[in-house]
Design a protein around this ligand. Sequence first.
Ligand code: PLP
Length: 366
Amino acid sequence: MMKAATRIIRAGLPDPQQAAPFLPGPTFAAPYHAAGDPVNAPYNYGRLHNPTWTHFEQALGELEGGLALAFGSGMAAIASVFGSVLRPGDKVVIPSDSYYLARVMTNGYFTQMGVQVVMAPTANNAQLEHLNGAKLLWLETPSNPGLDVCDIRAMAQAAHEHGTLVAVDNTTATTLGQQPLGLGADFSVASDTKALTGHSDLILGHVAVKDAKLMDGIRMWRNQIGAVPGPMEVWLAHRSLATLHLRLERQCASALTIAQFLSEQPSVSDVRYPGLTTHPVHELARQQMDYFGPIISFTLADEATAQRFLSKCQLVYEATSFGSLHTTAERRARWGGDVVAAGFIRMNIGCEDVDDLLDDLRQALK
Ligand SMILES: *Cc1c(COP(=O)(O)O)cnc(C)c1O
């Protein structure tokens, strides 16, 4: 099989047609012309399908190794898995360090709808202890912002022995960095707002599955809830997807260099990056990931030191989110919600020259 770096360049592009563009432009349509029997009109209404989505979903399906469906945001994609799988009386096991809003949604809405929500940390596969009677095991690895890692293959196997479905929030790694379906998960879910598209210019998400029946549930959810993406966003995403490999190569190489640099600074503690050989789960990360991702985290003395550092950085935008080709960072505790020290910083390493980034961080730490 061709390497991912090659496949991603053409993923989802239609067969060559004389005088046609490689990637057709976005199709803007609410209704489509659709006369007579709707079976003969593959596109009839814009909430149900769009040719621009079809190309992008084809690309995601090829890369994920399954069938994919795009959503208007990462949260919409996450909600489609919870919403299509969970019914009153069901039990779901989620990471206590999962994406904040995923926790808010399960502990809020789904608890109120009669779903039992159990939380355990990502580290040490701690969620495994709670599989008894669970309908769904929700994983997020590497977790964020703590960057802990769990063993997807081992956990999927154990879950399936309990009759439990497995979903992985794969946002941090992206489909190039980690392949949840190949490791045994039933759902691979991601916010494509982050590294997958990587240009800080759109909100998008997707779900990928192997099993067509699970896809029916996800599709029905999207059709009925209407959490659909705009064609312009999807077209931009498809355009950006083609450079994911190039961006990740640069971002991950620089992230490792910068994590090593920070580890040597006396004013910096608790540097976390799964690619660091000193990271407690480096060996597991190496086995299940092809890229360790663009995020590093570290801790400065206190809130004031961390804020001063961020304000002195010239090449680092102070912003939330991650994955883009712009280097960004934030003091995570400013939001509340995550259990982190006041001086804890999450940094996304972008595509700038790593020597310039190192110079900037060096002067800002002084
Ligand atoms: C950002 C993010 C989400 C939510 O995605 P949106 O596109 O902002 O809705 C979900 N999971 C993780 C891990 C994220 O980082």
